[in-house]
Design a protein. Structure first.
Length: 172
């Protein structure tokens, strides 16, 4: 799993015959710190059905974002974000496990449990545990990661609220 350049993203998506088209769901679901745009709000530069109004000057986070459906033909067409109500990507941070992230639209928080999506995610979890490129599969709704998908099901995660630990958490 490597970070793709803008040229790589274009080349891969063209090769498999995919394009964002009128989707732009990433412009709604992801936060863009450089633009002070929070998650689950439309970017003010997004023109629905057309794309980004500042495409040539968009922030680096937008240039580098890689929608897994867009660049990887192993994801079936029904994973198209506007159809599935999910966007999928990989995150690789230093000293942390590589994560296949499934971002669910806030109006459809349990869509990942529906078929054929859940079966696909369990298969991806199996590959992530046994394949040469190890990764985990996480489900997110808004700012919380709610489930870890395993080959035989999904495990709910304790809600991770931002902020300091509760009183007494650090007492010895």
């Amino acid at each position: 799993m490597v970070t793709l350049t803008e040229a790589d993203i274009t080349q891969r998506s063209t090769r498999i015959g995919r394009q964002c088209g009128g989707c732009s769901l990433c412009c709604f679901m992801l936060d863009v710190v450089e633009l002070a745009k929070p998650q689950n709000m439309w970017c003010p530069n997004c023109r629905l059905g057309e794309g980004c109004a500042i495409y040539h000057d968009r922030p680096g986070i937008c240039r580098g974002y890689t929608c897994a459906w867009l660049v990887n033909g192993s994801w079936p067409d029904y994973w198209y974000p506007l159809q599935s109500k999910m966007i999928i990507d990989f995150e690789a941070l230093p000293d942390r496990p590589v994560t296949l992230r499934v971002h669910c639209h806030p109006s459809y928080p349990d869509v990942w449990r529906q078929e054929p999506y859940f079966t696909d995610l369990k298969r991806r979890a199996e590959r992530g545990q046994t394949g040469p490129n190890r990764y985990r599969v996480m489900i997110g709704n808004g700012r919380e990661w709610t489930h870890l998908v395993l080959p035989d099901g999904a495990v709910p995660l304790a809600a991770q609220k931002p902020g300091p630990p509760p009183p007494g958490a650090n007492d010895d």
